[in-house]
Design a protein around this ligand. Sequence first.
Ligand SMILES: Nc1ncnc2c1ncn2[C@@H]1O[C@H](COP(=O)(O)OP(=O)(O)OP(=O)(O)O)[C@@H](O)[C@H]1O
Ligand SMILES: [Mg+2]
Ligand SMILES: [Zn+2]
Length: 551
Amino acid sequence: MSQAFYRKWRPHQWAEVVSQEHVVRTLKNAILSGHIGHAYLFSGPRGTGKTTTARLLAKAVNCLAENPADRPCDACEHCLAVNEGRFLDLIEIDAASNTSVDDVRELRDKINFSPSQGRYKVYIIDEVHMLSTAAFNALLKTLEEPPAHAIFILATTEMHKIPATVLSRCQRHEFRRIPVNDIAAYLQKMCQQEGIQAEPEALLLIARQSTGAMRDAISLLDQLASTGERITLSLAQQVLGAATSQMVIEMVEALLARQSAAGLDAIHRSLDSGVDARQFARQVVEYLRSLLLIHMGSGDQVDAPTEQRARMASQANAFALPHLLETLRLFNAAANEARNSWQPGLMLEMALAEAIAWQAAPQPAQATTLPPTALNTSAASTQPATLPALTESAPLTPPSTRPALDAPSRETAQPAPPPPSTEPEASPPPSAEGTLNLSTLQKNWASVRAQVKRKRQQTEALLNSCTSLQIKDGVIVLVFSSDLLKSKMEANDNIEITRQAISSVLGIPAPALRCISAQRSGGAQSQQDLSTPDGMIKTALDLGAKIVHKD
Ligand SMILES: Nc1ncnc2c1ncn2[C@@H]1O[C@H](COP(=O)(O)OP(=O)(O)OP(=O)(O)O)[C@@H](O)[C@H]1O
Ligand SMILES: [Mg+2]
Ligand SMILES: [Zn+2]
């Protein structure tokens, strides 16, 4: 089998590294001046050139070319040895599989031996954020007093996980996502040299889909080239599932128009074509995030083809901001949960149903089912890191502030959202101190969950899948959609943690708590519980979903 394109196309010289000029310039200067650091940290998104640049640096410091400006020459014995992976003084360590303190100690012991071939022993530690704390501490000792012949290059995609003590000892370089046009130009060059026929629009599509990671772009090109056909835009769309993003747009369109059937149809067509449910959910999140940016006036940050922009702008404006935020949260939760779900498509269907219901649901007089927002507040903690405002100001919209059925979906016509409140401390005190009633419990459910989450995240995740709350003869009953979830909730001290949280939030003695499964209780009883007006399950049932009973 031929070598994967991205390996074959790993830059061998500084000039071949795309779009990381700020890093390359500094490193080249260091080689020229001979001021070479002993510890470097390369951080940035995956596939943007960190390992590549680390190897270039390793080559350059050991290159035999006479003129430092020519290093790495890519022709001397040392350069060739590095290229072929047989240079003894280049030690690459994957921290993901060598995380223990012993691994680092072993490295430390060996480091004092002089280089066997070159001038420097270079250690590249990839995925360095995976090291254990003890291993980091051991590494730190070495970074504090490295032997003169040693150079460390640490690489990570998650700089925030690197201890400050380590950061402060490294020369830091941040790698950037590679701009779409630069990726497309690079692919064009590859095509010319590899004799691949490709339309520029197809290359642009690949570049866009790879979200700034050159490795992904090269792999996609590789995949398309292997069809042996000329790479046209339509071939690229077919293979890369760009048709899916059309489905995303259609689903959002249907959501805005409250056309459940059309929305479900878009989801199903996408899944039928082989797209993974989680992948689809992620695309929806990515798309909604773009709409949010447009809505907030930062449309220039959105990278979308011109022909899509007008449609995106009109969708962004059709959304009321609270509805857009809620929809983002719902699909974000679906993206996270689909992995563990036994029926991944259901997560998408429910997210769609809820997003439509959020806008359209009339007020139930006495709800016994949790409002969708209460069921999904955990999504707030998993919002993309680039949108901190979302998590901080995300209102927990209680049912009473939801727009009525006939409310137009314009933002100006929306009732104002309640003041932001995600902290349990900020929630209103229980109305009837010392007593347990359903409405108090429901009102404070988000706070209970927040409290539980601090004790044990897994327990809170289980509460997140609880479909309905009831109180029977003073006993709180949590309804789960399956036996499995119910028994998970009953395991360990999940129930105890929840009881204590309820007790402390409501200021009452820890109440009795019981779990039931809708699956087991079956029949009229569970249908009754689940089909309470306004419930998301009810909406899903209305849309044609079936509750599956496992015998
Ligand atoms: N800036 C770049 N210029 C040219 N090619 C690049 C660049 N970045 C990545 N590539 C291509 O992608 C491949 C992988 O890059 P590399 O291993 O350096 O990424 P990385 O940043 O270390 O990613 P990861 O975080 O996943 O380890 C390279 O072999 C090369 O083909
Ligand atoms: Mg790497
Ligand atoms: Zn050389």
